[in-house]
Design a protein around this ligand. Structure first.
Ligand code: TYM
Length: 328
């Protein structure tokens, strides 16, 4: 069975971007692949979380994974920092990663711009740690959103480089995976290109109906179409993207027709959209609240996951050490 790996940083609650960009694929893939879904707490250290928040933040994501329907009986769910083998592979990959190529990564450049007083080596080597997460289980498919494309390209490069250097085929080249034919980018409703925690424009799975309504009603629009069947500007396309993912086909068509004959009322569209997002969130929200209260269960899931992931990781690491020339 082919192996799948993906992770999410515990930097807050899951939002609709995380869900439709990644988690939705996890749900389908857990039925068909050998899946490892983890919580990337080492990756979150680049932004210096407080020690008292570390475990709490991981539990939050774990509860949300479970509430979304990731099943610990089907997939291995673990916390990255519980599987220390990843770090050894990270070191080996770093030895063959070059400063120039790391500095050229747009994600590094962006992050360096956002936190100019803390451009740490962890930020620079983010792609090698991510590659280690993936290669430690020899994953072939990685369900991620469009924003991870460059990191995935780097992971393939490091896998290839290791294989070439040691004349081996130890690592498969991991491919991004999306349920849609193309990687997904869920937009923000504030006119920005992407929904993201650092953009401050997220609709969270935990948001209640009132919070959602307020966020959706604030969505940026324009003055409306003036010629029939015209192309939608980006902010309006963004609203329709949401209708497409949470509303029924009929609802989408209804507003699409209204757009085309220039009779669309954005207030009506937003009201409907807010209702549909709230309806989508409601059962997940309820389950998040339930799982969050059962810390013992969450910790048990993480412990079992860590054991399973550790087994898979140490098997790969043994091969890697042997290949490089170390004792095993
Ligand atoms: P992170 O924590 O930023 O995001 C987690 C997942 O959610 C997706 N995502 C989106 N997809 C579509 N539209 C959006 N607006 C949107 N916002 C977030 C991301 O693409 C991602 O799939 N580097 C990763 C974590 C990571 C990882 C890994 C992933 C570390 N190691 C190994 C896969 C494999 C990250 O920061 O994701």
């Amino acid at each position: 069975m082919e192996t799948v790996v993906s992770g999410i940083r515990p930097t807050g609650n899951l939002h609709l971007g995380n869900y439709f960009g990644a988690v939705k694929s996890f749900l389908q893939m857990q039925n068909e692949y050998n899946c490892f879904f983890f919580i990337a707490d080492w990756h979150s250290l680049t932004t210096r979380p407080r020690p008292e928040d570390i475990i709490k933040s991981s539990r939050t994501i774990l509860a949300e994974y479970l509430a979304c329907g990731i099943d610990p009986e089907k997939a291995t769910i673990y916390v990255q920092s519980d599987v220390k083998e990843v770090l050894e592979l990270y070191l080996y990959l770093n030895m063959n990663a070059y400063l120039g190529e790391m500095e050229r990564c747009t994600t590094f450049k962006e992050k360096a711009r956002k936190q100019p007083d803390n451009v740490n080596a962890g930020l620079l080597t983010y792609p090698t740690l991510m590659a280690a997460d993936i290669l430690i289980h020899k994953a072939v498919k990685v369900p991620v959103g469009k924003d991870q494309e460059q990191n995935m390209e780097m992971a393939r490069k490091f896998a290839r480089r290791f294989n070439t250097m040691y004349e081996t085929e130890l690592f498969p080249e991991p491919q991004s995976f999306s349920l849609a034919s193309q990687a997904v980018k869920i937009p923000g409703l504030d006119g920005s290109g992407k929904m993201g925690k650092s953009e401050g424009n997220c609709i969270y799975l935990m948001d209640d109906a009132e919070t959602i309504r307020k966020k959706v009603m604030k969505a940026v629009t324009d003055s409306g179409p003036t010629t029939p069947n015209s192309e939608k500007p980006e902010v309006i396309r963004n609203l329709f993207t949401f209708l497409d993912i949470v509303s029924t086909k009929d609802t989408y068509q209804y507003f699409d027709e209204k757009w085309n004959d220039c009779s669309i009322r954005y207030g009506d569209l937003k009201k409907q959209l807010a209702e549909d997002i709230a309806k989508f969130n409601a059962p997940i929200r309820e389950r998040i609240n339930e799982y969050s209260q059962d810390i013992e269960f969450l910790d048990r899931v993480a412990k079992i996951g860590a054991e399973k992931a550790g087994e898979s990781a140490s098997k790969t690491l043994e091969e890697v050490r042997k290949t490089i020339g170390f004792r095993i």
